[in-house]
Design a protein around this ligand. Structure first.
Ligand code: SF4
Ligand code: SF4
Length: 182
């Protein structure tokens, strides 16, 4: 049984205890930016390319399957296979304006099932050691620096959401592991 518990010592720690096998308990720790203000205003800038950046909207296999099931579209209709972007299997297609195919009237039409990378933006999570991770952010989001100051609970929720990815990544050497989000 997977027992997840939280510890607030030396930053915020997420630990997993496996009782049923020989893996034993291990602890995953993350660092997060202090004094950053943010609130998403759904401007949709991150839903596609900008003048300065080509955005890759990476999608996990299970996310692509879920979107396919909910929308009735085949995966090939909205995403392309990726190579060398593990653990991501797909990349969202964009329209001729460089915007995600699910963006309609500047709103996400699959908001409830949008990929993890979309829920993370403008933050990303990068492995810095075998069990350590760091959050960083891009200020290409115009609402970074506005809104409430983010507390560790905010990053803790993001961290918990990505735990399946973290578990896969934490088996690799940090320098070989991909950024969890981009
Ligand atoms: S660019 Fe920032 S404010 Fe705009 S939709 Fe993306 S995360 Fe939200
Ligand atoms: S899935 Fe939704 S939130 Fe993600 S890029 Fe597409 S429109 Fe934006």
């Amino acid at each position: 049984m997977l027992n997840v518990y939280l510890s607030w010592k030396r930053g915020f720690q997420l630990s997993y205890k496996r009782k049923m096998n020989a893996v034993g308990p291990y602890t995953l720790v993350f660092e997060y930016p202090r004094s950053v203000n943010f609130m998403c205003e759904r401007c949709a800038i991150c839903c596609g390319d900008t003048e300065v950046r080509t955005r890759r909207i990476l999608v996990l296999k299970l996310e692509a399957k879920r979107i396919s099931k909910k929308t009735g579209k085949s995966i090939a209709e909205f995403a392309d296979r990726t190579v060398g972007s593990e653990p991501y299997a797909y990349e969202m297609r964009k329209d001729t304006n460089g915007k995600c195919v699910f963006l309609r009237s500047n709103e996400c039409s699959i908001y409830g099932i949008r990929p993890l990378v979309c829920t993370f933006y403008p933050f990303e999570l990068k492995p810095t050691g075998s069990n350590t991770f760091v959050f960083s952010y891009t200020d290409e989001c115009p609402f970074i620096g506005r809104g409430p100051e983010l507390k560790k609970e905010y990053f803790g929720k993001l961290f918990a959401r990505s735990k399946a990815l973290i578990k896969r990544t934490s088996n690799k050497r940090a320098q070989d592991a991909p950024n969890l989000l981009d």
